[in-house]
Design a binder for this molecule. Structure first.
Ligand code: ADP
Ligand code: MG
Length: 580
């Protein structure tokens, strides 16, 4: 692998400054190879792995070749998806930030034409877009190709898979023959080779060999998991390794929906991304994930294509990928730019044959691991709790309650008993309701990050409530599906408030689900959740006041049972409506 310093590649000072500002220390192998060749004006066919820095490899020479005084489209970058177009545009913007007068413009479907017209008429020199929308603008005459100096096809094989071949041909055919043609692709199927033959002149083929393709620094492991235990094993691994930021790949949209629901109900900060969602929805989810307001993104291969988020701790192959290439694409999301990461694959039953095939085709070494037992997870949790307590004591950073402790000591209780009772109290939430922490605006992982007194019991509560949720779901006297009972507007339990959720029997909601989602999202102790009534379209649940406050903030708008959940305090009108 050849890695060269950026300043040896022939780049202008403005660009070197940008690269430095982005924190790139040296050029990646594909950058080291491609940048000088592109600056010399050659056509290029480049092949290298996801995450190897292809964007800067083509964007830096492209920016350098732009004449800022000429207000016309000079570089066209074609991408398979809107997400990718936006990401590439963002990277171009950063790389061009010190070169005056260069404008970039992402163009993709679903975005207002007005903005695109404006950007184009203002003379953005670098236009980045999906082939479909670019064709649209060509036909309308709003995109002109006569000043084009360079056309870049990013992820060309993906674009072909998505049926863009004709659009690509048209765009290439209509652009000036003097232009430079650059194509990047993970694979070079025949259709691409033909495209290259007809549209580029003496292209230089640059390939980072497959040894370099296998992503270094990624620990790859697999578990043989029975299909039905996948969710449990997933949660165990997350808890055991205290994973806070990961992508979970599923085979189908349905699996994505289902798993996301399970995870949310168990109190994990998860959201999903698949092909049935609108662009706006996807962007919201990606935004949340980027900001770390989400712990887990559950996705299909297609939806996650081109997704570029740094510092992902783990990629879970909850369902096996289709082939070695998809496997590498998926796990390439972690361990980016030399950081370490981990890929965890679930293999169930007969899938082992398919998995062996994937192993052979990727030449990967994947270690088999044993599924941790529930006890191991529990032990780990106790250790975390122990550590956070120890740290707190060491720092001495807590409010003192000497008078309370003295009173207990005076009554003859031993210090060890008092401490144990306190720990029990925190973890089990017995007695009067546990003081629920104020709702925090920070994402939940932050709460887990901070080793404070609340921390460990909370993450423990998560698993405990989960168990209780399933147990209660199956058989419970108090929290059962009281469908025949009329619903009152308010709880008759002192200190409790009745909430209404917009999901009911029609949405396959069971009492356990309601407990799960409330306990999960609010971290409430079990004593804070009371009676539950499941009606056809709605559910009612009595919760402690402090829990209600958090629930109203946290439950509204999350995905639950395939719906956007709404949650409000029950009114007379609600009750009247559900009176059978
Ligand atoms: P690819 O298109 O090959 O999948 P990207 O261009 O999306 O890869 O780059 C992957 C990540 O690596 C991005 O976050 C990018 O900012 C970062 N990156 C690119 N080049 C370098 C470099 N030379 N040093 C460090 N990080 C880099
Ligand atoms: Mg890329």
């Amino acid at each position: 692998m050849i890695k060269r310093p950026f300043h040896e590649l022939g780049l202008e000072p403005d660009l070197l400054r940008a690269v430095e500002k982005m924190g790139f220390e040296e050029a990646s192998p594909i950058q080291s190879l491609a940048i000088p060749v592109l600056l010399e004006g050659h056509d290029v066919v480049g092949q290298s792995q996801t995450g190897s820095g292809k964007t800067a490899a083509f964007a830096l020479p492209a920016i350098q070749k732009v004449d800022p005084s000429l207000r016309a489209t000079q570089v066209l970058i074609l991408c398979p998806t809107r997400e990718l177009a936006v990401q590439v545009a963002e990277e171009v913007a950063k790389l061009a930030s010190f070169k005056r007068g260069v404008r970039e413009l992402p163009i993709y479907g679903g975005q207002s034409y007005d903005r695109q017209f404006r950007g184009l008429s203002q003379g953005a020199q670098i236009v980045i877009g999906t082939p479909g929308r670019l064709m649209d603008h060509l036909e309308r005459g709003t995109l002109k190709l006569d000043a084009i100096r360079m056309i870049i096809l990013d992820e060309a094989d993906r674009m072909l898979d998505m049926g863009f071949i004709e659009d690509i041909r048209t765009i290439l055919a209509k652009s000036p023959p003097t232009r430079q043609t650059v194509l990047f692709s993970a694979t070079l199927p025949r259709a691409i080779q033909e495209l290259v033959k007809s549209f580029s002149r003496n292209p230089q083929t640059l390939k980072i060999e497959s040894e370099a393709l296998t992503i270094p620094d990624i620990e790859q492991v697999y578990y043989e998991v029975d299909r039905r235990s996948k969710v449990d094993v997933l949660c165990r691994l997350i808890d055991l390794h205290d994973i806070k930021f990961g992508i979970i790949f599923c085979a189908t949209k349905m699996m994505v929906d289902e798993l996301t629901e399970h995870l949310v109900a168990r109190g994990y900060g998860a959201d999903k991304m698949h092909g049935d969602m609108t662009q706006a929805m996807r962007e919201r989810v990606i935004g949340k994930f980027r900001r770390r307001a989400l712990e887990f993104l559950v996705a299909t291969d297609v939806a996650a294509r081109g997704l570029d988020v740094d510092n992902i701790e783990v990629v879970f192959n909850y369902d096996l990928p289709n082939d070695g290439e998809d496997y590498v694409h998926r796990i390439g999301r972690t361990g980016r730019a030399g950081r370490s990461g981990k890929a965890i694959t679930f293999v169930s039953g007969r899938e082992i044959h398919k998995f062996q095939f994937i192993l052979r085709s990727t030449k990967s070494r994947i270690k088999r691991e044993r599924i941790p037992s529930a006890e191991e997870v529990e032990q780990k949790r106790r250790n975390v709790f122990f550590e956070s307590l120890r740290e707190l004591l060491e720092k001495g950073d807590f409010t003192r309650h000497d008078d309370l402790v003295d009173r207990l000591l005076e009554q003859g209780f031993a210090p060890t008993d008092i401490s144990s009772a306190l720990i029990h109290y925190i973890q089990e939430g017995v007695g009067s309701a546990k003081p629920v922490p104020e709702p925090e605006p920070a994402p939940r992982r932050m709460e887990r990050d901070r080793p404070d007194f609340r921390d460990a019991p909370q993450s423990r509560t998560r698993a405990k409530d989960r168990d209780q949720a399933t147990r209660r779901g199956r058989s419970s006297s108090r929290q059962q599906d009281r469908e025949s009972e009329p619903v009152r507007a308010a709880s008759h339990e002192a200190g409790k408030i009745r909430l209404v959720l917009n999901v009911g029997r029609d949405h396959q909601v069971a009492p356990g689900d309601v407990v799960g989602v409330i306990a999960g999202m609010t971290k409430a102790p079990k004593s804070a959740i009371g009676a539950i009534f499941i009606k056809t379209k709605r559910s009612y649940v009595d919760v402690a006041e402090s829990t209600a406050r958090i629930a109203l903030k946290k439950l509204n708008g999350i995905d639950f049972k395939g719906r956007k959940l709404t949650c409000h305090v029950s009114t007379e009108a609600d009750a009247a409506q559900d009176e059978a």
